[in-house]
Design a protein. Structure first.
Lengths: 432, 308
């Protein structure tokens, strides 16, 4: 089979892995070439259908860009987030990709490898961006984001005080022992069936996004990052097994439910848990509900330092775009501080640059949300920059669920490693 | 070993004496009511929750209040749905796509079944077997090759007074309809039903000079109401629930069906009240359709021995 065809097939399988519903194959060229942009109109696809605030912010930037020059027009088409990847892969197979796409950062290497995306050549300076807002693969930049989000834990100050638990800070997060002890103390209060809600009902990308940082905080990882060719040792070594046993232990000790409610943040706000594992996106909602009683906690240091997942939605230019320069100009336009601040404000996310943060009171020094930018700067670990990531993410998600269900930790991790290694081998190492 | 011989007629007489069929006693009714409650609770929860604010939905979850219209009730979620999603447009699209698919599906599939049931076609048993065999292949397997194919199909487009030949059906209504008109299960269902209609009726019509099409239109189809109703429902439901296919072939928002709209609500910080309001809106037509056709639907299922 042609290498290019294999790539499209693998990318399609990756889409299945991410989206969970699409069986896919492709046409051979391996490119998402479409002809979009040839007539002076560049189409932009975004995952924000239904997300009125972010879509309106994006649209306002598009309107401003369209008004700023007369050579090209950008046209927005919005898709629902859960099905967005499947729409992109289908369009790539039919050679109907638009010029501009937004993309969840961990998928950038896979889309670059599948030749959906071309390397960016922007006039904007990306050196001041948060590292997690730049999507790279093989030493080249393929995407750039206007914001990031940060994982954190929310609790009520009054509950922690009642349990006699120290409130951790970004400088001094809980250690593993402190975290376990805090859970035991909170459990003793008897106010909740389970004091901790880690969002175990979550599916899809939530599983690797939320739980691989805990694995990394134990010292394990999803793959050996020296050459991205094997997960052996990283995902099934002693540290990974220790993480899995600890994680399952949270269930067996009655600290968290094997399967949480569908909306952990709302459950927390309704008093059904003492600590919820969520992120910057839920801060406004929680602050409105709890006021000064809300405390935003850093994730615990489980041995190798506190870790959170880096990388959110970013923008890229497709290979088939007939006016790549205009697409690049638009991305550079978006990266102006006032535009970054506009989108980050509308979405309640962490602005990509300090210059934009300075325009946002909540993210200025000591602002209500500045702690999230601190978490992102200090703790963020990018998900593995390999085209194999979508497959790895799916395997890890299945493994997490096996572990939560009480499966043998070592066996579950070994199985994941074998499947990941087989996938990498069958794709010839995902070499460029 | 002693054996007991039961006299079936005696059992029948006993039942007749009591005037009861199995399952019609108090126990049967209790069971029916219990089943009705079990099956109606999810719908009840959906409708009731659509009237409540999010905090209350989650607050009520641990009690029977989750199924009762109590607390702060309003139509706010319905208003918000129409602000967030072009729900009216999606509804119109789904109604249009589903109705056209049903109408064309009934006509095309019944014609195919009529030919296989009534006309002299060499190897028609093999043809029917092959048609039924296609049911084994899951749609997900065909989806992407089908995207490729529909993207190659030609179309004649009127542009003012000019007629131009274009290529590719993506991002249109027809791409949501045409691939689902011919349906193996519908052909099979019509075929089975047509087999139960006496062939003497056709012969009488032929003696009177009727053509095959006249027999189809004026003899067989008027007697096939239950089969038509069943095929209509079984075609309508997947057309209405269609998600994967429009996701892959439709990019413009103004062409999307209702099921794509469900995903609009699953962004960060999901508003469950709005989800329930939207799902209530899109469930109503299906429930109404089933209620309207349920007698014919059950009759056809019972007579053809097919589970839908």
């Amino acid at each position: 089979m042609k290498t290019a065809l294999k790539r499209v097939l693998a990318a399609s399988v990756a889409a299945v892995a991410i989206g969970g519903s699409l069986a896919a194959c492709g046409s051979g060229s391996g490119s998402g070439g479409s002809g979009d942009g040839a007539n002076g109109t560049l189409t932009l696809w975004t995952h924000n259908a239904g997300n009125a605030a972010e879509l309106a912010a994006d649209q306002s930037l598009v309107d401003a860009f369209n008004a700023s020059q007369s050579k090209v027009k950008i046209k927005v088409q919005a898709f629902p987030q859960d099905s967005y990847n499947n729409s992109v892969v289908s369009a790539a197979a039919a050679h109907k990709l638009p010029c501009l796409v937004d993309i969840d950062e961990p998928n950038v290497p896979n889309w670059a490898w599948s030749k959906y995306l071309q390397p960016l050549n922007l006039s904007a300076d990306l050196s001041q961006n948060l590292p997690s807002t730049v999507g790279k693969w093989n030493g080249q930049t393929y995407s750039v984001g206007l914001y990031d989000v940060a994982l954190a834990m929310f609790a009520r100050k009054s509950d922690l005080q009642a349990a006699g638990v120290r409130v951790p800070t970004a400088e001094k997060p809980w250690t593993k022992d402190e975290f376990n002890s805090a859970l035991a103390s909170l459990k003793k209060l008897g106010k909740w069936d389970y004091p901790l809600d880690l969002g175990t009902a979550g599916t899809g990308e939530w599983l690797p996004y939320a739980y691989s940082p805990l694995l990394q905080s134990f010292g394990g990882d999803l793959i050996n990052r020296t050459d991205y060719q094997t997960a052996d040792g990283a995902l099934n070594g002693d540290k990974a097994v220790a993480w899995a046993q600890w994680f399952r232990g949270l269930v067996t000790q009655g600290y968290m439910a094997q399967k949480s409610g569908q909306d952990s943040t709302k459950d927390f706000l309704n008093g059904k848990s003492a600590i919820v594992y969520t992120g910057s996106w839920a801060a406004d909602q929680a602050r409105k509900a709890l006021g000064d009683d809300l405390v935003v906690l850093p994730v615990p240091n489980l041995g190798a330092g506190p870790k959170i997942g880096g990388g959110s939605w970013q923008w890229g230019v497709t290979t088939g775009c007939q006016n790549s320069q205009a697409a690049m100009d638009f991305l550079s336009f978006m990266l102006k501080p006032e535009n970054v601040a506009k989108v980050a404000s509308a979405t309640g996310t962490i602005p990509a640059t300090q210059a934009a943060a300075a325009l946002m009171p909540d993210y200025a020094a000591n602002g209500a949300d500045s702690v999230f930018r601190e978490f992102s700067k200090s703790y963020a670990v990018m998900r593995p920059e390999t085209p194999a990531y979508p497959f790895i993410a799916t395997e890890f998600g299945k493994t997490v669920q096996d572990i939560l269900s009480g499966g043998d930790a070592k066996s579950a991790l070994d199985k994941a490693v074998k499947n990941i290694n087989d996938n990498i081998k069958s794709n010839n190492g995902y070499k460029s | 070993m002693a054996t007991v011989q039961l006299d079936p007629t005696a059992v029948a007489r006993k039942s007749a004496t009591r005037g009861l069929r199995p399952g019609t006693g108090i126990g049967g009714w209790v069971l029916r009511i219990a089943l009705a409650i079990v099956f109606s609770f999810p719908l009840l929860f959906m409708f009731v929750s659509s009237l409540k604010p999010d905090q209350q939905i989650f607050g009520d979850l641990s009690s029977i209040a989750a199924f009762l219209p109590v607390g702060h009730l309003s139509l706010d979620n319905y208003g918000a749905v129409f602000d967030r999603v072009p729900a009216a447009r999606f509804l119109v699209n789904s109604v249009g796509v589903s109705v056209v698919t049903v109408v064309l599906g009934v006509i095309i599939n019944s014609m195919a079944a009529f030919a296989l049931s009534r006309m002299r076609v060499r190897g028609k048993a093999v043809i029917l077997t092959l048609i039924i065999a296609t049911l084994i292949v899951p749609f997900e397997t065909l989806a992407l090759p089908l995207v490729w194919w529909v993207n190659q199909l030609p179309w004649l487009q009127f542009d003012g007074f000019n007629l131009t030949l274009t290529q590719g059906w993506l991002d249109t209504y027809r791409v949501q309809i045409v691939p689902f008109i011919a349906n193996a299960f519908s052909v099979y269902l019509f075929h089975q039903y047509f087999e139960s209609i006496p062939k003497e009726l056709d012969e009488a019509a032929r003696v009177d000079g009727a053509s095959w099409f006249t027999i189809y239109r004026k003899v067989v189809m008027p007697l096939s109401g239950p089969a038509v109703a069943t095929v209509a429902i079984l075609t309508f439901l997947p057309a209405w629930n269609s998600y994967l296919w429009p996701l892959m072939v439709v990019q413009s928002e103004e062409l999307r069906p209702v099921m794509i709209g469900v995903q609009y609500f699953f962004q960060l910080n999901v508003s469950w009240g709005q989800v329930m309001a939207y799902t209530s809106i899109i469930t109503l037509p299906v429930v109404a359709l089933f209620i309207a056709f349920q007698r014919a639907f059950v009759n056809s299922i019972a007579s053809s021995g097919v589970k839908g």
